[in-house]
Design a protein. Structure first.
Length: 366
């Protein structure tokens, strides 16, 4: 009989066995996940045909203009947690995100149609559970959410709580039936993102414009650096010292050497600071064409910048996020913008550079 001590569920939180885990039995998505996707597609097909959805339960992730939703990383973490909760509770998953603009203008449905239909909007507001900045409350409520009796469960949240879902007693059995977490594929977050989203036409056009502006940038043949300062709108301060730019670029040099890339490998700098961007453009690496800095249009925070700036720059900002994930290696701030971009892009070489460090980390199992 095979030993079960390699399974994550056999170990206390935060502890892993030294021996490698066994390979996942069979392809991903698992049969159970595929059955969920098929049932979801059947449900939304009935809606499009005007049929009554009956008593099928749904979970709706909400991001409205009436409340803060967070930036790219926070929103994605909340959406993916809500999606997995919907799968584990066998609810249809839908998204109602209209801030700063309807999400489907930038990201369109892929494996499932998550767009909200009118019949949901009429009653959803009465059943809204907000877990924005409320990690402990979400964990405490998981048992109640697992058996929530109402047909519609409406949630807003801005944290990734996937591990909490796996460990919740009310959800653990269903998670194991999906092969989670013991046989989760590398970059599970990327797999879930790809189930839900594909770039919409407007985002594909903006991504093409950005690549043309910064050309040439070949997939996996450039280093992406994200230096977030918090200097836009009223975002909390992060890396305000301009000298940190040099530290981050030194880390990019280390990443370039680790990958064995040639000296003329391009570096992409994504930053929220006009001052950092200006300083970068005056460096020798920028004058030689090695260091590429996108134009200011996308330098916005999608939840905290002025509305006019956000609407004008949202597509460019999303395009920078997507391009960041096509790098061969990334140098990260403490920001979920860069972290989630690298995860969704399945970047295998990731380094954290704050406070003078250049620490490589594995994002494939985060």
């Amino acid at each position: 009989e095979e030993p079960n001590d390699l399974l994550q569920s056999s170990w206390p939180s935060g502890i892993r066995p030294a021996r490698p885990r066994p390979p996942m039995p069979g392809p991903w998505p698992s049969d159970a996940m595929n059955r969920y996707l098929e049932a979801h597609s059947s449900f939304t097909k009935e809606l499009r045909q005007g049929s009554n959805p009956g008593n099928r339960k749904a979970l709706i992730y909400v991001c409205s203009a009436m409340a803060y939703c967070g930036g790219h990383g926070d929103r994605l973490n909340g959406m993916l947690t809500a999606f997995l909760l919907a799968v584990l509770t066998q609810r249809v998953f839908l998204i109602d995100s209209e801030s700063p603009l309807p999400l489907e203008l930038l990201l369109q449905p892929r494996a499932i149609d998550w767009r909200v239909r009118g019949y949901n909007l009429a009653t959803a507001g009465l059943r809204h559970h907000s877990y924005h900045d409320k990690r402990q409350q979400f964990e405490a409520d998981l048992g109640r959410l697992a058996s929530y009796p109402e047909r519609l469960l409406v949630i807003s949240m801005n944290y990734r709580m996937i591990r909490s879902l796996f460990e919740a007693p009310a959800l653990r059995g269903r998670a194991l039936s999906l092969g989670l977490p013991d046989f989760a594929p590398p970059f599970l977050v990327a797999d879930m993102f790809d189930m839900l989203f594909a770039p919409a036409l407007a985002l594909r056009q903006e991504a093409h414009r950005l690549r043309t502006e910064l050309a040439p940038l070949e997939d996996r043949r450039f280093i992406a650096v994200h230096l977030r300062t918090g200097q836009i709108a009223w975002d909390p301060a992060r890396h305000e010292n301009p000298e940190e730019l040099l530290v981050f670029l030194e880390c990019a040099q280390i990443a370039e050497a680790d990958l064995g890339l040639p000296p003329d490998t391009p570096w992409l700098l994504a930053t929220d600071s006009a001052a950092i961007a200006e300083a970068a453009q005056n460096l020798p690496q920028a004058r030689s064409g090695k260091l590429r800095v996108p134009a200011a249009k996308g330098r916005v925070h999608i939840d905290r910048s002025e509305l006019a700036d956000t609407l004008e720059g949202a597509a460019a900002n999303y395009a920078e996020w997507l391009l960041f994930g096509r790098a061969g290696a990334v140098v990260l701030s403490r920001s979920y913008f860069g972290e989630t971009a690298a995860e969704v892009g399945r970047v295998s070489h990731a380094y954290f550079a704050p406070q003078g460090g250049c620490v490589r980390t594995d994002l494939s199992s985060s």
